[in-house]
Design a protein around this ligand. Structure first.
Ligand code: PHE
Length: 370
């Protein structure tokens, strides 16, 4: 410090000395450096550059200096305040950048992480397959009929020409519903809808009826006590076995591909005469796996044919019990297991998957069963 130094309080002089201003600057710079958040730096700014900071208080003293000393002290003060301001600005930039970098790390979104989406369901494959089967028939002008699952014993058996002592009427096969004298049961097949349809609709009749059926059966990979069938019934003038064969051929092609054909094996059902079991030519190997151990086929177990369902020409006794004249009308009927169809058509290995309600099973066949 130079120039005359009398006439004012030495204490005030010391606050404005080069050393003390340097110390204030050094304190401020150290405090700014120590502040590593925007909030801490704000406190440091108020303490070292604010209105009540040492440097601001010292600045007020300039006015009390003798005029001759003011210029030099004023310059020194200006430089000191400029250094503090510059240090503050530099630190503010650093802290803001560091805080932004910290936030970016903390709030980083990793778009590659697996996310828990709202679980999405899927139409049950059985429902999808039923829709598809019905579409094939609706496209030919057939109607879709429904019947109750809790059925009258008469419609499930008697109207279909089952004799009173037919073995499938036994309690080991059929689930009767108490009290027994009501003669109600859980339908064992969709065929009672044949009887219901003939009693309620006028001929000609072309209907398919998909639905649940019940049998006193095991619950394992190949048996279900509740499963699904699709029944078909046609009653019209001049209907023969040939119409049945043509219809099932078309059904098979629509479901399994154009090259697939069907074959009939003689069988017995009380409600059709003649009756047959219908087999499907294997739509995977087309018979080429038969007797060919080098090319085994899992779908038909190298048999070349897959058992698909039952069918036949409607027994005249059934027409009569529904009030239809068998001299004028004739018809055919068929019935297929839908769960079984899904099994070999879509490689569903275990029938229990059909009823256990695990959405992963439905998702795995989403769109495929259509
Ligand atoms: N109802 C028979 C069954 O469940 C299938 C069938 C339907 C047979 C129609 C012939 C005609 O096995």
């Amino acid at each position: 410090m130079s120039g005359p130094n009398d006439n004012y309080d030495p204490k005030q002089v010391s606050a404005l000395s080069a050393e003390s201003l340097d110390a204030m600057v050094a304190d401020a710079v150290a405090a700014f450096a120590a502040a590593d958040t925007v909030a801490a730096l704000k406190d440091a700014r108020l303490a070292h550059a604010g209105d009540r900071s040492p440097i601001a208080l010292a600045n007020r003293e300039i006015g009390s200096l003798p005029p001759a000393a003011r210029k030099e002290v004023g310059q020194r003060m200006g430089q000191a305040r400029a250094r503090i301001a510059a240090a503050l600005q530099a630190r503010q930039d650093e802290v803001a950048a560091a805080e932004l970098a910290r936030d970016l790390v903390a709030e980083r979104v990793d778009v590659t992480l697996p996310v828990e989406l709202t679980p999405e369901g899927a139409q049950h494959p059985i429902t999808a397959l039923i829709d598809r089967m019905c579409d094939v028939f609706v496209a030919m002008g057939w109607e879709v009929a429904e019947g109750p699952e809790l059925e009258a014993e008469w419609l499930n058996f008697d109207a279909l020409n089952f004799t009173p002592d037919h073995p499938s009427r036994g309690e080991t096969d059929t689930l009767f519903v108490a009290p027994l004298e009501n003669h109600l049961l859980m339908r064992t097949h969709t065929s009672p809808v044949q009887a219901r349809t003939m009693l309620t609709r006028d001929v000609p009749i072309y209907v398919v009826c998909p639905g649940k059926v019940y049998r006193a059966d095991e619950f394992d990979a190949t048996h279900l006590p509740v499963f699904h069938q699709i029944e078909g019934l046609c009653v019209d003038k001049g209907i023969s076995m040939a119409h049945l064969k043509g219809t099932l051929d078309h059904f098979a092609k629509a479901m399994f591909g154009e090259e697939v054909s069907t074959r009939f094996r003689p069988h017995y059902f009380p409600f059709t005469e003649p009756s047959a079991e219908v087999d499907l030519e294997c739509f995977v190997c087309h018979g080429e796996s038969v007797g060919n151990p080098d090319r085994p086929c899992r779908t038909c177990k190298s048999e070349g044919w897959i058992e698909w369902g039952g069918c036949g020409v409607v027994n005249p006794r059934v027409l009569i019990s529904a009030g239809i004249d068998p001299e004028v009308y004739s018809g055919f009927a068929f019935g297929m297991g839908i769960d079984r169809t899904l099994m070999f058509r879509n490689n569903a290995a275990d029938l229990r998957d059909m009823v256990e309600g695990d959405v992963r099973f439905a998702r795995s066949l989403k769109g495929v069963a259509r």
